[in-house]
Every structure is written in C-alpha cells, then in structure tokens.
Design a protein around this ligand. Sequence first.
Ligand code: ZN
Length: 432
Amino acid sequence: MSILFENCDLLLRGEDGVYSTLHGFLGVRGDTIDYIGTEKPTGEYEEHKSMEHKLLMPGLINCHNHSPMVLLRGVGSGLPLQEWLFDKVFPIEDRLVPEDIAAGSRLAILEMLASGTTSFSDMYFFPAETVAAVAEAGMKANISRCVQCFDENQTVEQNTQIPQSVELFEKYHNAENGRIRIDFSIHAEYTCKPHIVRAYSELCKAHGGRMHIHLSETQREVNECIARYGKSPVAWFEELGTLDSPTAAAHCVAVSDEDIAILKRHGVNVIHNPTSNLKLGSGFAPVRKLMDAGVNLALGTDGAASNNNLDMFEEMHLADIMPCGYRHDPTEVSSAEVLDMATVNGARLQGRSDTGVLAVGKKADIIALDLDKPHLYPNFDTPALLTCAAHSSDVVLTMVDGKILYENGEYKTLDREKVFYEARAAVKRLYA
Ligand SMILES: [Zn+2]
C-alpha cells in the first residue's frame, strides 16, 4: 500500500531539536515514510489524500499506562495514592478475569487512537489479552506482566508472576513485525520484596529485556523505603540490579540529587505523568533538573483510574505549563521539549529508534490534526499551538506502520459497537 498526503503542513524536527513546519507532500510506502518535500514527487502512489488545512505530526507515545484500568475510571476519586491503591483499586483488580482485560484494552485503544496515540507502554495483568487487542487494532505497544510480592517468605520459585512474565517475553517479543514488544516489569518497591526483585532483574538482563517500574512516586513511598531499607527506592533498585537493564521509571516525583545522579549513570528513562501526580496529590516531578542532568524524559497518562482519561494532548498541556507555574519561571520547560517528551523521547524509551519523528526512512506512525478551527488560529508558534492550544478532538487521522487505523471518527480495525458491548458487560460483571 502507498499513500501520498498532499498540500499539508508537516511538523519536522531538526537534529538540534528545533521544530519547523513545511507545507508540502509526505509519501508513505509500505510501513515507511518515503518522501517529504515541497514539490509533488514523481513516483506513483496508490492513494492520494488532499490535506489542506491539516497538520501531520508524529504519533504520540504514551509511555506509562495500565490500559485495562479504563474499566476503573473514576474509582476512588479524592484519595491519596496508598489509600486509593490498596483500599479501592486492588479489591477490584482481584476480581478481574481475562475477558475484562480484553474488553478494557480495546476500549482504551479506541480512546487512544481517537486522541492521536500510536504507541503505548502498558503494565498490567493477563497481558496476553492486551497483546491480542493491540495486534487486532494495529497499534504499537510495549506490554508487560508486572511482578509483585507481599510475602517475604515466598521463594522465587513460588512466585507465579515471574514465569508468566518470561513466557510472555518469549512468546510475543517483537511480534506483529515488531509492533509488539514485551518488557519486564516490577510494580514498585512497596509492592515487592528484595529477593524477588534481584532474581527477576537478573532474568531481565539475561533476556536482554527492558524494565518498566513505578519509582519514587510520593515522598511517603521514599520515607517508608528509607525506614525499611535505609535507602531511597532509586538506590534500592540500583543495588538489586534492576537498573542494569534499560529501564523506564514512572513518576520520579520525590527524587534527590543523588537519585538523579543514579538515574543518569544507568541511563534510566523517566516517565513524567503530570495529571496522575496532580490528581493523587503526589506532587511535582523535578523535570528541569532531570532534563539538565541528561535523563531521557518521556510522557504518560498513567492508568485512567488516576487521570481520568488517556489524552496525551492534555498531558502535553500540563507538562508545558505546570513546571513554569510552580517554579515561577515561564522558561522552565519549552513547548519543543514537551513535544520531544511525547514523541521522540518516548520512542527512545520504548527501544524504537525507527519512529518518533517525521523523516524519510522512519516508520509511518503519523497523526493529522485539523487546523481549520477557531482555537488554532492564528499560529505564530507551532510547538506551543500543539501543546497549549490543540485538543485531542482535533485529531482526524491516526496511522501506524503506514496503515490508517482511525479517520474522521471511524475505526478501521476495531468494531466500536462490539468494543462497547464487551466493555459494558465487563463493567456489569466487575461491579455487580
Ligand atoms: Zn502507574
């Protein structure tokens, strides 16, 4: 399949991180961008799309999600993290069956495709169901089965989640032409035990896997970890060997300068989740400090139960303005840096060097926004237009690996009615 997008604005990123726009043409052949230019290319394309007043940009990458948690949207609102998680969320999660995960993953994918997300990183239960949903939908995802342990007497051999996680990796890593990648995952310091973390981290390294964890989300988590082990969660994971694999660490709200030095030393990727941190009252991640230290910073929504949606445009908006507000400095974070977080930095975190920017030779993971809207005119600063003025409802097209998955409200791969029917059945079952 080949498609030529004609007469559109294209969001391009220079090697120096400076964004610019070009009015012209973008060609897609197979799963790859094969032409970008102001002149119409001479090669033949099977399909031509006139994109007047539309802007093409790289698809957004949601680097921290628990996609089936859309079924828990709104559960436990108003509670701090520990109470929200242990008193409200865990009891419902104990009732989840694979059908719920299948339904929740598909509902989440509908939401993500319509709001311009082309790839996400997921950490949850029954992940083979999420793998099947992503395969059917045509999206990209780094999926993991998270490991937990609440019993210090449990041996490594008795932990059932570790073999499930390894089996998932062996079965599905790089499936669907690499669209699906499998990560390793430890839920958090406070939901696991050191001997399990050490053994599982060694397995991750031996498999050449990537690790996805929650890290230093609140000051309370850090204080309790110091009381238990005499060190911060960052230092704890470092000592147990977790950070020896490429690691994606969600939150990092309560990190010290020493923690940041450890994160940098191990090349840990940090996922900033501003909405979740605000909603649960967790605080403000030190984004400028992390970026100045050279830490790769990506962006995520977290699960819908603590957000309460999967809208990366909202996440970009908060990531742009929130640090400027709390630091009393409008230059704290730039819109271009936020665009990087949501695209190219996310691709790096997921281990996908072939996406995250519009460039010839890169995978065609592209979204189109309709600029013919009152709230998008005039445009003197495209990065700021995208992070501070655009809404996810401006997305009119979502393409992954050269295939259009969503266009003008229509889903091309998933049956919207069927997804809703199954989601309603799951909600009825869960909350009966
Ligand atoms: Zn999370």
